[in-house]
Design a binder for this molecule. Structure first.
Ligand code: 4NP
Length: 155
């Protein structure tokens, strides 16, 4: 059985699909893509079915040369059971995930993405949606740092 990671943000079109695809990129490089699998979801349902945001896709392509695949879906209760580790992009996402865990059964599975950073000292992956290009590039930098740390941890 593969170890299952779920990345969660608000819309599932910017941060969490970028995290999922960056993690897959790192897993491919180490030939671990069968042993560790990734998915992503949003706490909100506004963008269900949408592909990753074009601005995030451009940032990922220009900084890492990767394509962002995926279609937005909303986080559901069963995800808490189905995944081994759930990474929240910010504190609001973290709280919204735990709302689905009324009995605190999965509390330990839910963590903040930035806890895995070693190069950045930020505590949250900032929401880039209403900002400019710089914000999207910055998200890629943070996520690459966090995914690198996360991979070392789950390996
Ligand atoms: P994400 O970014 O949570 O990183 O996917 C956002 C996408 C959409 C919205 C907010 C954040 N929105 O308000 O529609």
């Amino acid at each position: 059985m593969p170890y299952k990671l779920l990345f969660v943000c608000l819309g599932n079109i910017c941060r969490s699909p970028a995290a999922e695809n960056i993690m897959n990129y790192l897993l491919d490089k180490e030939n671990l893509n069968g042993q560790i699998v990734c998915d992503s979801a949003g706490t909100g349902g506004y963008h269900i079915g949408s592909p990753p945001d074009q601005r995030m896709a451009i940032a990922a392509a220009s900084k890492l040369g990767i394509k962002l695949r995926g279609s937005a879906r909303q986080l559901q209760k069963s995800d808490l059971e189905d995944f081994d580790l759930i990474l929240a992009m910010d504190r609001e996402n973290y709280q919204d995930i735990l709302v689905l865990d009324r009995h605190g059964k999965y509390y330990e599975k839910v963590q903040l993405m930035c806890d895995y950073c070693s190069q950045h000292t930020v505590e949250e992956v900032p929401d880039p949606y209403y900002g400019g290009t710089q914000g999207f590039n910055y998200v890629i930098d943070i996520l690459l740092d966090a995914c690198t740390g996360l991979l070392q941890e789950v390996k």
